[in-house]
Design a protein around this ligand. Sequence first.
Ligand SMILES: Cc1cc2nc3c(=O)[nH]c(=O)nc-3n(C[C@H](O)[C@H](O)[C@H](O)COP(=O)(O)OP(=O)(O)OC[C@H]3O[C@@H](n4cnc5c(N)ncnc54)[C@H](O)[C@@H]3O)c2cc1C
Length: 417
Amino acid sequence: MRFSGLRVLKEGLTGNKGWGPHWRDPEPKAEYDAIVIGGGGHGLSTAYYLARNHGLTNVAVLEKGYLGGGNVGRNTTIVRANYFLPGNSEFYSHSLKLWEGLEEDLNYNVMHSQRGLINLFHSDGQRDAFARRGNAMINQGDDAILLDREGVRRYLPYLDFDNARFPIYGGLYHPRGGTARHDAVAWGYARGADRRGVDLIQNCEVTGIDIENGKVTGVQTTRGSIRARKVGIVVAGRSGQVAAMAGMRLPIESHVLQAFVTEGLKPVIDHVVSFGMGHFYISQSDKGGLVFGGDLDFYASYAQRGNLPMAEHVMEAGMTLMPMLGKAKVLRSWGGIMDMTPDGSPIIDRTGVEGLYLDCGWCYGGFKAVPASGWCMAHLMATDSPHEVAAGFRLDRFRSGIGLMDEEGTGAQHNLH
Ligand SMILES: Cc1cc2nc3c(=O)[nH]c(=O)nc-3n(C[C@H](O)[C@H](O)[C@H](O)COP(=O)(O)OP(=O)(O)OC[C@H]3O[C@@H](n4cnc5c(N)ncnc54)[C@H](O)[C@@H]3O)c2cc1C
């Protein structure tokens, strides 16, 4: 079933009776060529590109709950390519280019909206840092415009420019940044993978990883054992636990990140606005809700819910930046489990076990990475060699110290990333 304007019109006129399920619900087979553990954004895109780019279709995605029930359906949907450091810069640039062709590629409306992202700055020193970042982005082939205070005012007249703690000096504008509908991204990749023959197995928790003579041979699951020559661990906040099944201890801590949405309002915020100094960012969803969030809750946890002190901190920061927010009613808040690495950059790499691969450490920025992560992880699993734009995401940098990518310059303290 292909989606098209004509099809939508026809279904609309005939009672919408012709739509079928977007993917099958197959029983797990006894053996696959490759297994991807985790049916989040990264796992589904990995499976999709294994089939699309490498012709590997005897593949299963094993998801312990339902597809898209993890962070991919819990994030604040921001998509951007405004990284500074070599290693990150080319990877996120590649990802943004994939986003720009994604709907056509998947034949699925993921509501990718390039409404522009503005990162505010509040001191001369921060202006210098943002000017450097903007130059790095332009050198990478992406877009960046340094705005002075009046430039920001033209786009965001509703901000409190003279708030006492962090008066606004200007902003770095990234016009191609924006948002996408998060769960549609999971559904689009799931449908695309399924159409190419990938088995998407839900309610199937991996409980063990089978290894013989240093090679992976399959997995144990709540739906029986399944053999495979290649297994990818793509489980975001649960990476440490699943890797432990293969005897590995990862340089990852899991922390909660919360987000909030208000009641639906008329269009008022046209861009994504990021107020890094205050730990606050905001955009408006197509339904009208103001979607906003802040920093991590400051303790390690596997609970998918947050605490009230952080809720208060985020609301305070929001009110500092745009006092009009106080009039909106918050409808919901939620949390997701972030897989934090010590340098804030991810891992896409082989492990010490032959045939076992790792894709994790996305911290709080993995949604925008979904296309390129799947692209590069599929490349790694299919060819056993890293893709050139992800070659820096090595696991051993945390042992050797060589190649650390500390994008935010905050050192190995997870809650500062
Ligand atoms: C509040 C919040 C806001 C965020 N905002 C942004 C943002 O604006 N922009 C951005 O780029 N990123 C953002 N992120 C980060 C982004 O959502 C994550 O980095 C990314 O979604 C993680 O990858 P994933 O989609 O594969 O994870 P998940 O969707 O969590 O997928 C992992 C899957 O693995 C499954 N799993 C775990 N253990 C097992 C097992 N043993 N067996 C089988 N399956 C298992 C889980 O059930 C889960 O479905 C945000 C995150 C949160 C929580």
